[in-house]
Ligand binder design. Structure first.
Ligand SMILES: [Zn+2]
Ligand SMILES: [Zn+2]
Length: 364
């Protein structure tokens, strides 16, 4: 029997349940889980803040495991086109079932908006099997995008960056940072920290992180942020003044929002210079509205605002490559504050929700 941590409904405690070992279909893979991340999305799932979630679910959408079994017939190919092998350490894109045929997949070139996509740990039900990472084994159905981890990339480091890394990589790509740019990152959670690191790799001249609490700001400085500003002890006017002081009165060339707080968006528009660029990636759940002045904050400002939703196999693939190449430069594993077994998954969720830890891992 296989154990898994199951979220039965919003506002109900995590339960330990047992599952039969699945019979694999051709093209499928059974992963023996090494670890799975706990992220802010899981706390939103626990509060019922995402729509279309088929509870009960096994949470855990970014995971690493060892290939334990391959379904009958030819082994599936990894993203590089090589057949996967038993014993390989791999991660996978949590998004499954992107159709490749709909308007968004073909004409719009925006696969993250494909209406058929399902996400491991979020929009796949535990009633349908081991389709989330908080389990001893994960059933990778035929067609899941598999990315092997290079030998020099510690799986804990990969999970410490977690889903924040491909998300930030997508946002930083959209931000089109130029050499020497001043980049403001709003938010010092996993997405913000990864964005701060990636901004440096894209040639930013200065990286400023606005957020909190202090444990996260300290992590941002460890990851190379030049300046951190504590959101709790400053007013919006003070933050605006601080950014203008650092940029010759203009504001940031690029601002990346990674907070999840609606009020951060109009503030981010104002922190950005005229004709600068603003990428919004942190508003993943609906936590309300914010108002801005269309004349002052957008039109006359000639501001380029971009929304960024989800990530695709390319973002995960590039994350693995970047983390492998720059593993020494950014101390990802230091972000892991705690590891929990399946029986303590609820404690992991509570600690992440209360921001007592920067990054928590489930290690079955
Ligand atoms: Zn599609
Ligand atoms: Zn996540």
């Amino acid at each position: 029997m296989i154990s898994a941590a199951v979220m039965p409904q919003p506002h109900r405690p995590i339960e330990l349940r047992t599952f039969e070992r699945p019979v694999l279909e051709p093209g499928a893979v059974l992963l023996k889980t090494l670890g799975s991340e706990v992220c802010g999305t899981d706390t939103h799932l626990a509060k019922g803040q995402l729509s279309g979630v088929p509870y009960p679910i096994i949470p855990g959408h970014v995971s690493v495991g060892v290939i334990d079994e391959i379904g009958p017939g030819a082994a599936p190919l990894d993203v590089d086109g090589r057949p996967v092998e038993v014993g390989q350490v791999v991660t996978f894109l949590d998004v499954y079932g992107t159709c490749g045929r709909c308007w968004y997949c073909t004409v719009g070139h925006a696969t993250t908006r494909c209406p058929y996509r399902k996400v491991y740990g979020i929009t796949l039900s535990a009633d349908d099997g081991l389709l989330g990472g908080w389990a001893q084994y994960i059933h990778l159905r035929a067609g899941v995008h598999i990315v092997p981890l290079p030998e020099n990339l510690d799986w804990r480091a990969f999970l410490a960056a977690g889903c924040g890394m491909p998300t930030a990589l997508h946002a930083v790509t959209l931000a089109e940072i130029d050499f020497g740019d001043t980049v403001v990152v709003q938010g010092a959670g996993p997405v913000g920290l990864s964005a701060a690191a990636l901004a440096q790799l894209r040639g930013a001249g200065r990286v400023i992180v606005i957020g909190g609490p202090e444990v996260r700001l300290a992590a941002a400085r460890t990851f190379g942020a030049d300046t951190t500003i504590d959101i709790a002890s400053t007013t919006e006017a003070e933050r605006l003044e601080a950014i203008r002081d650092l940029t010759g009165g203009r504001g940031a060339d690029i601002t990346i929002e990674a907070t999840g707080v609606p009020a951060a968006v109009p503030e981010g528009m104002r922190l950005t210079r005229d004709a600068g660029r603003y990428v919004v990636v942190g508003q993943y759940t609906d936590t309300g509205s914010a108002t801005f002045n269309p004349h002052l904050d957008l039109n006359r400002k000639h501001l380029d605002v971009r929304g960024c939703w989800g990530s695709d196999a390319g973002h995960v693939y590039r994350s693995v490559r970047v983390m492998s190449r720059y593993a020494d430069q950014f101390p990802w594993t230091e972000l892991i504050s705690a590891e929990y077994d399946l029986a303590h998954a609820q404690a992991a969720l509570d600690d992440v929700a209360a921001q007592r830890v920067v990054k928590a891992l489930i290690v079955p």
